[in-house]
Design a protein around this ligand. Structure first.
Ligand code: TXA
Ligand code: MG
Length: 374
């Protein structure tokens, strides 16, 4: 019985995948699952298709798209130079949530993909459906996250539907995205430098495992989450350093991102109990004047809040398993919107491992509002 069911599902998936690949080959735009978030794909060689992606998302045209490939052999035609450290990164983390920015070979992609830059971000997603789709389309696939610009990235096909229904040619449903946060974006150099432009699914620790490499985390004044690197990271085969700079970050980081409709703030402090006490007070004050409230907190801290601290309470799972928080973050922000929550408070998590990317996205969703209670 079960065998028959899954065989049926497989053939449905294959048929849907074939249709989606055909749409891409004809210049259509199609949303598809990856291991990070859903992407909105287009033939990266077609200016019309790529422009349709920007239009559907309402994305500023100066923010370049990531190009997705299914096989290493697709790489040579897209870039002019692959530094040794890039090859090591690919061996270690492809397919996977790592986007590598490399020098673009002229005249192979629509110039709209890279917003006129002379570099291109490339990634090989670790997802069976995504890889099959890219192979079926038989071209490099430009794909940003499949959300309306400024909304949380989609981790379910229904999120894509909410944001882009009627604006795109199709959605390939592959169930929930695994990681739940976008890929890490790095720029690599021939001297072995790895510059982290956006933290994501591959952690700084994982990048630090590359022998002979220097990991440089780029953080500016408004990128607090990127500047805090724990001293523990300084060990191992690579050096990790943080530079304060405005210039070389991803073009995308200057835009407001992942903003829920209500007002979100992060409350931070060394004692979880003291954090909970402050959060409870603020939520009580808001609900006394009739505001619909929301709380994002880690499972271990729930007892500190007592009964019904907010109208909508969401657990991010254990503080010791940031993968769970990453997986749930965007769905939680969307749920707050759906429930009409106007005032939300979130606990912070340690900026280690995936916690780095979680805090980066949370700080953006909060528009930089952080309440330090000590
Ligand atoms: O996990 C992901 O990366 C998802 C899935 C669909 O692959 N995609 C995604 O794309 O998050 P998007 O467009 O939402 O974010 C791409 C980021 C932007 O911040 C953009 O500025 C940066 O990558 N980026 C793209 N090309 C770049 C380049 N040549 N140089 C620097 N940054 C680049
Ligand atoms: Mg995005």
């Amino acid at each position: 019985e079960e065998g028959i069911e899954s065989a049926k599902q497989d053939s449905t998936t294959r048929q849907a995948m074939g249709e989606a690949a055909a749409l891409l080959r004809k210049g259509g735009i199609v949303a598809f699952p990856t291991e990070t978030v859903y992407g909105l794909g287009a033939d990266a060689r077609s200016t019309a298709a790529v422009e349709a992606v920007f239009a559907a998302k309402g994305r500023p045209s100066d923010n370049p798209l990531i190009v997705h490939i299914a096989e290493r052999s697709q790489l040579e035609e897209l870039v002019t130079d692959i530094p040794p450290v890039a090859l090591t990164l690919m061996d270690m983390y492809w397919p996977g949530p790592l986007t590598i920015v490399l020098p673009l070979r002229p005249n192979v992609l629509s110039t709209r993909v890279t917003a006129g830059l002379d570099t291109v971000g490339i990634r090989m997603p670790d997802h069976r459906v995504a890889l099959a789709l890219i192979k079926g389309a038989d071209c490099p696939i430009a794909a940003p996250s499949a959300n309306r610009s400024g909304r949380p990235s989609p981790t379910l096909a229904s999120h894509v539907q909410e944001d882009l229904n009627g604006r795109i040619d199709g959605i390939l449903d592959g169930g929930p995205a695994g990681v739940g946060l976008e890929s890490t974006v790095v720029r690599v150099f021939s001297n072995g430098d790895i510059q982290v432009l956006r933290p994501g699914g591959i952690t700084i620790e994982q990048l630090g495992k590359v022998k002979g490499a220097n990991v440089i985390v780029v953080g500016g004044a408004d990128e607090e989450a990127q500047t805090a690197i724990s001293p523990g990271l300084m060990t191992g085969s690579a050096h990790v350093k943080t530079v304060d700079s405005e210039a070389p970050r991803s073009p995308g980081v200057k835009y407001t991102h992942y903003a829920p409709q209500g007002e979100l703030s992060i409350v931070r402090g060394s004692s979880p109990q003291a954090v909970a006490t402050s959060i409870k007070l603020l939520l009580d004050k808001a609900s006394h004047v009739g505001t619909v409230t929301g709380l994002l907190a880690f499972e271990e801290h729930m007892p500190f809040y007592g009964l019904n601290p907010a109208n909508v309470v969401i657990s991010l799972g254990s503080i010791d398993t940031p993968a769970e928080a990453a997986h749930k973050l965007y769905t939680s922000l969307r749920l707050f919107d759906e429930m009409g929550v106007a005032y939300m408070l979130s606990e912070a998590c340690p900026e280690e491992g995936l916690g780095e990317a979680i805090m980066n996205r949370l700080v953006k969703a909060a528009g930089g509002r952080i309440i330090d209670i000590e």
